[in-house]
Each structure stands twice: as C-alpha cells, then as structure tokens.
Design a protein around this ligand. Structure first.
Ligand SMILES: NC(=O)c1ccc[n+]([C@@H]2O[C@H](COP(=O)([O-])OP(=O)(O)OC[C@H]3O[C@@H](n4cnc5c(N)ncnc54)[C@H](O)[C@@H]3O)[C@@H](O)[C@H]2O)c1
Length: 326
C-alpha cells in the first residue's frame, strides 16, 4: 500500500548515539524525512549526545522524539507505517557484567521487544536493526559466516543481542520484515568514549594513557561508521533481504597494530598503561561478508588509515573545543 508521504519517512531509534546520529545525517542528505527517537540514557553525557545531533538542529526533515522504548507508548512515533531502523540499545561488552546487566536487559531485550510489537501494530513494512559480532563469541581463526558459524556469546551483552535475534525472527514470522545487521567494531568520528580506538585517540591528545588489556594481540574486524551506515541504507531498500547479515570492515587488525597506525598518523608515541585481561574479550573477530555483497550490493569501502586519521582529527577538534560556562 502506498504510504502517505511516498515512503520517504524513516523512524530511527538511538538517533542521538554514535551510529544513529551519523545515519540520520545520511538519510536527511538523501532527501528522506527522519523521526529520531532517543531516551538520552546516561551511558555517556547528554551534552555529547546533543552534540551528535548538532548538525540536524533546525533541519526541517528531522524531528526528535525524546522517548524511552522500554516504557513509553510508541504508537504516535510509528504512526503511518513507516520503515524503522533500530539502533537504540545498551552497547558495551565489559559493562554488561555485574551491575550493568539490568540496563543491558532493559535497553536491549525489553526495548527491542516493545518496539517490534509496536512496529507490527503500526503496520511498519520493515525494521532494520543492529545486532552485533558479539553473538559469535570466540569463533576461532576463520571468518564468521551467518549460517555456518555457531552463535556462542561470551558476554551478557552478546547474550542479549543473540536473544534479540530470536525476537526479530518471531516478529518476521508475524509479518514484519526484520533485517538484523551483525555490526563488527564500528569506529570513526563520534565513536563512544568506552571504545578502544576512541581511548587510543584520547591518549594521543593529552587524555589518560590507553589501558591495553592483555597483550594487545586481540584482532578486531574494524568497520568504519560510514560503511555501517551504508549497510543500513541498503538493507532498507533491498528487495528480498535475509534476516541477518555480517557487516565488517574486512581487515581484522590487532590492538597493537591499531596503536602503531595511530602513532604513525599522529607522529607521536601513545601513552599506554598495562591492564589485566578484560571480561568478555575475545581473541579475534572477523566477518565473512559475502551475503551482504550478494543481497545488498554492499562492501566496505573506507581505507583503515584514512578512517583512523578522521577519527583522530575529530578527537583533536573536540579537545580544542571551549568548555561551556557553567
Ligand atoms: N558501536 C559498535 O561498534 C557496535 C557494534 C555492534 C553493535 N552495535 C549496536 O549498534 C547500536 C548503536 O551503537 P552505538 O555505538 O551508536 O551506541 P550509542 O550508545 O552511541 O547509541 C545508542 C543510543 O540509544 C539510546 N538508547 C538506549 N536505550 C534506549 C531506550 N530504552 N529508549 C530510547 N533510546 C535508547 C541511547 O541514549 C543512545 O543515544 C547499539 O544497539 C549497539 O549495541 C554497535
């Protein structure tokens, strides 16, 4: 059935976050209207989330709805049967152990189930959402494949994302076309302050030394945020998308290698502090992305060195920003 607005509107949850705000800018730039939902949860500062949205301030094609997916009525925001991109959640492997688990359960599992139900009720045609490489756990030396590699998460965060995949499968069976993207370590400007590459950049810009957990041989399939956003855009448009896709940069990189690359870009040594092994830290993540290439015509394009240089520049500019008067 044709939508009243010609199908140009998209609802984006988690719109004030790292990936969500970057996606909203990309959608508005291609002429779409965006209804962004965010609860400004205190995982990091509200000021930082508002700064993520600064470029969208005053933009007539962007509307912000401050709403909590785990509690609030979502009917109005989803009215009209628009497609939904669900990026809201409580990310972070380490913080999902111990006291953080309650929020992880609430903002990943409960929020996702409530949104899926509301999207079904509103007649949404499609819901693209962020799963995670964490569902694989320690998958061994090869590249993880959506069908053949078993999902054995090794963190409570990964368990909640794995359970969200089951909830999305149930919603698909009820007629909502859900498309889950297993994102592999996303980096770039606005990356969250708890993530390793952000901390490395901060260490190079006068922040605290980078806490290197273990021996630094852990490999991560680093994915530039622009590539992650492009995968979302393509998943919104693909004619017959599968339920799950790996989205990975295609070049697994060790933490030590990332440190060396950033030192070379900065032309300065990075202050490093030794830290013990971290809970939930896997030896390697690596994505097989053949399925996304075939179905979505997507492939990662951002060269790692340029992507890291862009993130370092963003952190530098932020460090130079005047502190607002109290
Ligand atoms: N960044 C990565 O490397 C990565 C990798 C794999 C998966 N993911 C997933 O991608 C999504 C986005 O990650 P990000 O790095 O941009 O995180 P982020 O923390 O920057 O953004 C998430 C946003 O969701 C909002 N939110 C949380 N709970 C909410 C709720 N109950 N109602 C409404 N809004 C809520 C937060 O306020 C925040 O602005 C998350 O689901 C995350 O698990 C991220």
């Amino acid at each position: 059935m044709p939508r009243p607005d010609g199908g140009r509107t998209v609802v984006v949850t988690g719109c004030a976050g790292f990936i969500g705000s970057t996606l909203c800018e990309a959608l508005v730039a291609e002429g779409r209207r965006v209804v962004g939902i965010d609860a400004f949860t205190p995982t990091y500062s509200r000021d930082d989330k508002e700064a993520n949205l600064a470029a969208l301030a005053g933009e007539p094609r962007f509307a912000l709805v401050e709403s909590d997916l785990a509690e609030d009525d979502l009917g109005d925001a989803l009215a009209g049967g628009t497609p939904v991109v669900h990026l809201a959640g409580r990310p972070g492997v380490r913080s999902s152990f111990g006291g953080g688990f309650a929020e992880c359960l609430r903002d990943n599992l409960c929020a996702t189930q409530r949104l899926l139900e509301a999207a079904i009720d509103a007649g949404a045609p499609r819901l693209v959402w962020a799963s995670s490489s964490s569902v694989y756990g320690d998958a061994g030396p090869g590249a993880a494949d959506e069908e053949r590699t078993p999902t054995r998460p090794v963190s409570p965060y990964g368990v909640t994302k794995r359970a969200c995949e089951d909830l999305a499968r149930l919603a698909r069976a009820r007629g909502l076309l859900t498309v889950g993207l297993r994102l592999f370590t996303v980096y770039g400007p606005r990356q969250r302050e708890d993530m390793a590459l952000r901390r490395m950049c901060e260490a190079l810009c006068g922040g605290p030394p980078f806490p290197l957990h273990g021996d630094g041989s852990q490999m991560r399939d680093l994915t530039h945020v622009d590539d992650a956003v492009e995968a979302v855009v393509r998943a919104l448009a693909a004619p017959r998308p599968a339920a799950l896709y790996n989205v990975g940069g295609g070049r697994p990189t060790s933490l030590r290698e990332a440190v060396a690359l950033l030192e070379r870009i900065a032309g300065a040594p990075m202050p490093i502090g030794a830290a013990g092994p971290a809970a939930g830290d896997v030896a390697r993540t690596s994505a097989r992305t053949e399925r996304a290439r075939l179905d979505l015509d997507w492939r990662p394009r951002a060269p790692l060195v340029l992507g890291l240089a862009g993130q370092l520049e963003w952190v530098r500019a932020r460090a130079r920003r005047p502190v607002a008067a109290a």
